[in-house]
Design a binder for this molecule. Structure first.
Ligand code: NG1
Length: 405
């Protein structure tokens, strides 16, 4: 099995044409606007977001494309190339129905507060962001829909760095926050802000250093390649294990606050405080992971700013994996296999699990050409060891959301 290659300009144009065709075929006229937004993968900073720490995602090559136009009969509709069934609803009565178009209906509702209109609209969706792989396909759909809805009403966005349309009083940051509200308030998934911020604000050739306590976001130059390996293992126990970890982190913070009442978040706890408080097991290990991972993000960002030395980056990635495996206990044998298989190879910096863990994806970071060479062998060796093939993608840091010309 070979890794999919990042889409180039031609692929982007083809996808834009496909979503225009889908819209035209479905609704009998051309769309007024097309917008797109990428999926994301987190380079480092795992299980830090809900502990007030930092994360460092990049936008991946796979994107979601949304074409939009005003509806002519008062009914909103959404059609998707990948998801089949067409949804129809009245915008004024929009509510979550556990259908894929909840993300579209909810995004149109969230866009209202930014000037995104209240009328019925028709939307076509084409996406190559893999679903169910932890690469934020839902955030990409929310962000692209909100951006398309704003452009349809002529709302222009103020520049954030150089990632947005110039002018206007709204920014891509507002789009990210509206997309996050879609997920938490409309769809009803209580997630952190990373996915929507990454999809909206990432810049090509950069990672996004996002402080989850203040929502402060900075672009950090990052030019290495990333091989994403989806181990394709069932993640049945993931949600309950995730909830257990969140509760453990809350307990650890409550105990630490008895020593330092001013402590705001677990990620900010000083190593000395951890030692002094002698947290009971396993809270000591959970806290150690969160505090050390938050520090690793800072060191990774410094290493990137100072030229991105592969050895330094790799040491931090590998340390992150060990900490997730041993202290946070959220790895899996397959994820450990990927991490171990990739260490000490020329052209590879390091590897670690990404996302929540307990199955799911790992990333291998290194030189783009080396990743393309090793990906097929890695897939074959994985299949020999585990009896099934992984899904793999290679990407470099891509641009965030945009309105298409
Ligand atoms: P993934 O596994 O990528 O969905 C989950 C959380 C993130 C973060 C990571 C661990 C959801 C929707 N996402 O990510 O917010 O906590 O785990 O760093 O729960």
């Amino acid at each position: 099995m070979t890794a999919s290659v990042a889409s180039g300009d031609e692929g982007m144009l083809a996808r834009r044409d496909e979503v225009v065709s889908l819209f035209t075929l479905s609704f009998g006229r051309q769309p007024a606007v097309v917008a797109s937004a990428p999926g994301r993968v987190n380079l480092i900073g795992e299980h830090t977001d809900y502990n007030g720490g930092a994360v460092l995602p990049i936008a991946i090559a796979q994107r979601t494309w949304v074409a939009i136009g005003h509806s002519r009969d008062g009914l909103s509709r959404a059609v998707s190339r990948e998801l089949g069934e067409t949804g129809a609803w009245r915008h004024a009565d929009a509510k979550a129905t556990h259908a894929w178009w909840d993300y579209v209906a909810g995004a149109l509702v969230s866009a209202e507060s930014l000037g995104g209109g209240r009328s019925a609209r028709e939307v076509a969706v084409v996406s190559d962001v893999p679903m169910g792989a932890g690469l934020s396909s839902s955030a990409a759909l929310e962000v692209a829909t909100i951006l398309a809805a704003l452009a349809l009403e002529g709302v222009t966005l103020a520049a954030v760095g150089d990632g947005a349309v110039a002018g206007g009083s709204r920014s891509l940051r507002d789009v990210a926050l509206a997309a996050h509200r879609t997920e938490t308030e409309f769809v009803g998934v209580q997630c952190g802000i990373m996915d929507q911020f990454a999809s909206a604000l990432c810049r090509e050739g950069h990672a996004l250093h996002l402080r989850c306590d203040t929502a402060q976001a900075t672009a950090v130059p990052f030019s290495r390649g990333v091989l994403i390996v989806d181990t394709m293992t069932p993640r049945a126990l993931r949600q309950s294990a995730f909830n257990t970890r969140r509760a453990e982190c809350e307990s650890a913070l409550a105990i630490l606050r008895t020593y330092d009442p001013a402590l705001q978040t677990l990620a900010q706890a000083a190593p000395d405080l951890l030692a002094e408080s002698a947290l009971p097991a396993p809270l000591d290990r959970r806290a150690r992971h969160v505090v050390s991972e938050h520090r690793r993000v800072r060191e990774f960002v410094s290493a990137c700013a100072e030229g991105g030395d592969g050895e330094r980056l790799g040491a931090l990635l590998n340390a992150s994996h060990r900490s997730l495996r041993d202290d946070y206990e959220c790895s899996s044998p397959e994820l450990d296999w990927v991490a171990e298989h990739c260490v000490a190879r020329v052209g590879i910096d390091g590897a670690r699990l990404t996302g929540a863990g307990w199955g799911g994806c790992a990333i291998v970071v290194g030189d783009d050409a080396t990743l393309r060479t090793i990906a097929p062998d890695l897939s074959d060796a994985f299949e020999t060891s585990w009896g099934h093939a992984p899904r793999t993608w290679i990407t470099t840091p891509m641009a965030g959301a945009r309105v298409e010309a």
